[in-house]
Design a protein around this ligand. Structure first.
Ligand SMILES: Cc1ncc(COP(=O)(O)O)c(C=O)c1O
Length: 313
C-alpha cells in the first residue's frame, strides 16, 4: 500500500514539510539498523478523533531507548504532546502514527555513541493490514524468532524487522497472508508484526514474554478485556500443535487490530469461521476504539482534527 503523504512531520521539536524530513545516506541507522519506533492508531470516534493507548506506546518507545542506551531527552508527557501536535497539525483521522528515533549522521563504525539521536513523528492514512475478511490463511514460518540474548524482542527496534521481513516474505511468496514464527525452542512466538492468541477448551492462551515476543499494546488490551469479561487467561509457552487443534486463533496488533485466523498450514481451525470468543473480544476492542462503548480503562486521548480522511485499505 503506497504511503499517502501528509503536510508535516515532527522533527526534534519542530514541524517540517513532509518532503524535507530526510536523512543523510551515511547516517548510522542505515548501516547498522540503529532505530527504535512505534506504531499507533488514531481512530475516528463519535466524540471526535482519539489516539489509542498513546501513553503506553510512548512509554514503550522510552523502554526501547533504554535497552539500546539511547538518550531521548524527552519526558513521557513531552512525547505525548509531540504526537498530539503532529496529528492535529496534519488534520487527518483515522490515521496511523509512526514515531521513530535513530542514530543519525556523525560517525560510521559499530559503536553508535558518537552519533546524534534524532526523533521524528509522522502520521498518514492506513487501512487493513492482514488480508482475509473472514479469517486469514497463515503458515508456520521456517524462520524462528530471535533467540533470547541476541536481539531483545521487548525493544521495538528496526533491526528486529529484518527477521519479520523474512517471515512475511516467505509467507506471501507461498500464498499465505502471514507467517507465525516459533521461538528458538520451537514454541509459538508471534507473527511478523502481530501477537497471537489461541482459544482452547474455554481458556484464552497467548505466548509468554519469554518466547521472544514484542509486549504488544493490543495484546495487553485483549488480556485486560478478557480478564474483565471473566474469560480465563493463560500466558505460557505454547506448543505449535496447539494451534492446529485450537477452537479459535487470532492475531492482535496495532496494525492488524484483532484479525481472526481461518487456517494454519492449510489446516482449518475448527469450522473455519470466526469463533465466539474472538467475536466478543473484537467487538469490545473496536467498540472502545470507535467510542461506541465506554472508555472504561482510559485508553483514548482525544485530538482535534479539522479534516476527516477515510482510510482506504
Ligand atoms: C513483532 C510484533 N509483534 C507484536 C506486535 C503487536 O504490538 P502492538 O499491539 O503494540 O501493535 C507488533 C506490532 O507492532 C510487532 O511488530
Amino acid at each position: 500500500m503506497p504511503l499517502q503523504p501528509t503536510k508535516h512531520i515532527w522533527h526534534d521539536g519542530k514541524l517540517v514539510p513532509w518532503d524535507q524530513a530526510q536523512v543523510h545516506v551515511m547516517s548510522h541507522v542505515l548501516h547498522y539498523g540503529s532505530s527504535i519506533f512505534e506504531g499507533i492508531r488514531c481512530y475516528q470516534t463519535e466524540q471526535g478523533a482519539a489516539i489509542f493507548r498513546l501513553a503506553d506506546h510512548m512509554q514503550r518507545l522510552l523502554d526501547s531507548a533504554k535497552i539500546y542506551r539511547m538518550d531521548l531527552d524527552y519526558t513521557l508527557n513531552q512525547l505525548i504532546e509531540a504526537v498530539v501536535e503532529t496529528v492535529e497539525a496534519n488534520g487527518i483521522a483515522p490515521c496511523y502514527i509512526r514515531p521513530i528515533a535513530f542514530r543519525g549522521y556523525g560517525e560510521l563504525g559499530v559503536n553508535p555513541t558518537g552519533n546524534p539521536i534524532e526523533l521524528y513523528i509522522g502520521n498518514f492514512p492506513w487501512g487493513k493490514y492482514v488480508a482475509g475478511d473472514h479469517g486469514a490463511d497463515v503458515c508456520i514460518s521456517s524462520w524462528n524468532r530471535m533467540a533470547p540474548n541476541t536481539l531483545p524482542a521487548l525493544a521495538k527496534a528496526g533491526a528486529n524487522y529484518m527477521n519479520s521481513q523474512l517471515i512475511r516474505m516467505e509467507a506471501s511468496i507461498n500464498g499465505y497472508a502471514e507467517g507465525i514464527a516459533l521461538d528458538v525452542n520451537g514454541y509459538v512466538s508471534e507473527g511478523s508484526g502481530e501477537n497471537i492468541f489461541v482459544v482452547h477448551k474455554g481458556q484464552l492462551h497467548t505466548s509468554s514474554l519469554g518466547s521472544s515476543v514484542l509486549a504488544g499494546i493490543t495484546r495487553a488490551s485483549i488480556l485486560t478485556l478478557a480478564r474483565d469479561m471473566g474469560i480465563p487467561v493463560v500466558e505460557q509457552t505454547l506448543p505449535r500443535e496447539l494451534l492446529y487443534i485450537a477452537d479459535e486463533v487470532f492475531f492482535t496488533g496495532t496494525a492488524a487490530e484483532v484479525t481472526p485466523i481461518r487456517s494454519i498450514d492449510r489446516i482449518q481451525i475448527k469450522d473455519g469461521k470466526t469463533g465466539p470468543i474472538t467475536k466478543q473480544l473484537a467487538a469490545e476492542y473496536f467498540g472502545i476504539a470507535a467510542g461506541k462503548r465506554p472508555d472504561r480503562f482510559n485508553w483514548l486521548t482525544p485530538v482535534k482534527v479539522t479534516a476527516a480522511e477515510t482510510v482506504t485499505a
